[in-house]
Ligand binder design. Structure first.
Ligand code: SAM
Length: 243
C-alpha cells in the first residue's frame, strides 16, 4: 500500500492515519529520535518552556500520542494542575499511558480518546491547549482550530508545534534527501514499515506553511496570532489567544 493522501477522500484519510499510527505506536519514540537525530526533544522543550501556563492550570494536549508534551507540561502546572492527554488513536494513547505509569507519573493526568475536530468538553474548559506534530494529521484542520478556540478560557493560549516550510535555500536539498530517501529507509530498517514513514514525509510537505496556518488560526477566532520558526523553519510554533 501507498500512503500518499493526495487523492483519497477525507473519510479515507482518517482511516489511513489510524493505520499509520497503530502501526508505528510501539516504535514511535525510538523513530522520533532516529529521524530527527534527537532534535525533536529540543523543539518540544522549547515549545513547552515558552507556553503561557502557570501552576494550577488545566491543560489539554491534543494529539498527545505517547505523552512527550504532557510530561514536560507536568512540571509547569505542578501538583495542583492537571493535564488531559487526548488522542484519536487507542494504541498511541495506551503506549503513552503505560510509559507514564512506568515512570511513576500518574497523578494529574487523564487520558481521553477523542477526535480533535470535535472535542468532548464544554466551552472555556482549559487555560492552555497544545497540539504538537498532530495538526497535519487532522483531516479538517479548520474544525480542529475552532474547537481549540472554543474549549479555551478567555485569556487562554493555543499553541501549535508542527513541521513547516524550510526557509534556508541551501538546506532544502539536504532536507528533501532526508525526507524522501533516508526516512523511508529508516522506517523499513527499524520499524519494518517504509509506507508509514513515506506518509509522514508527504504529510509534512502538504501541511500549510507558516503564514497560511497563521491565517487559519485568525479565521478560527484566535487573536494576537503569531509564529516563530525553529531550525530554519523545519518546524514552527504558532500561538493564538482567546481574546
Ligand atoms: N504529540 C505527540 C508528540 O509530539 O510526540 C504525538 C505526535 S504524533 C506524530 C501524531 C498524533 O496525532 C498521533 O498519535 C495520532 O493518533 C494523532 N491524531 C491524528 N489525527 C487526530 C485527530 N483527528 N484527533 C486527535 N488526534 C489525532
Amino acid at each position: 500500500t501507498h500512503f500518499g493522501f493526495r487523492d483519497v477522500p477525507t473519510g479515507e484519510k482518517q482511516k489511513l492515519v489510524g493505520q499509520v499510527f497503530s502501526s508505528v505506536a510501539r516504535n514511535y519514540d525510538l523513530m522520533n529520535d532516529l529521524m530527527s537525530m534527537g532534535i525533536h526533544r529540543v523543539w518540544k522543550r522549547y515549545f513547552v518552556g515558552t507556553c503561557q501556563v502557570k501552576r494550577g492550570d488545566r491543560v489539554l494536549d491534543l494529539a498527545g500520542g505517547t505523552g512527550d508534551i504532557a510530561l514536560l507540561l507536568r512540571d509547569r502546572v505542578g501538583d495542583t494542575g492537571s493535564i488531559v492527554l487526548g488522542d484519536i488513536n487507542g494504541a498511541m494513547l495506551r503506549t503513552g499511558r503505560d510509559r507514564m505509569t512506568d515512570m511513576g507519573k500518574v497523578a494529574g493526568f487523564e487520558y481521553v480518546q477523542m477526535n480533535a475536530e470535535k472535542l468532548p468538553f464544554p466551552d472555556g474548559s482549559f487555560d492552555l491547549v497544545t497540539i504538537a506534530f498532530g495538526l497535519r494529521n487532522v483531516t479538517d484542520k479548520d474544525a480542529a482550530l475552532r474547537e481549540m478556540h472554543r474549549v479555551l478560557k478567555v485569556g487562554g493560549q493555543a499553541r501549535v508545534l508542527e513541521f513547516s516550510e524550510v526557509k534556508a535555500e541551501w538546506f532544502k536539498p539536504i532536507y528533501d534527501f532526508h525526507s524522501f530517501q533516508v526516512l523511508p529507509r529508516l522506517g523499513k530498517l527499524f520499524a519494518n514499515d517504509a509506507d508509514s514513514y513515506q506518509y509522514l514525509a508527504e504529510s509534512i510537505r502538504k501541511h500549510p506553511p507558516q503564514d497560511e496556518l497563521k491565517s487559519m488560526m485568525q479565521a478560527a477566532g484566535f487573536g494576537r496570532c503569531d509564529y516563530r520558526n525553529l531550525s530554519a523553519g523545519i518546524v514552527a510554533i504558532h500561538t493564538g489567544y482567546k481574546v
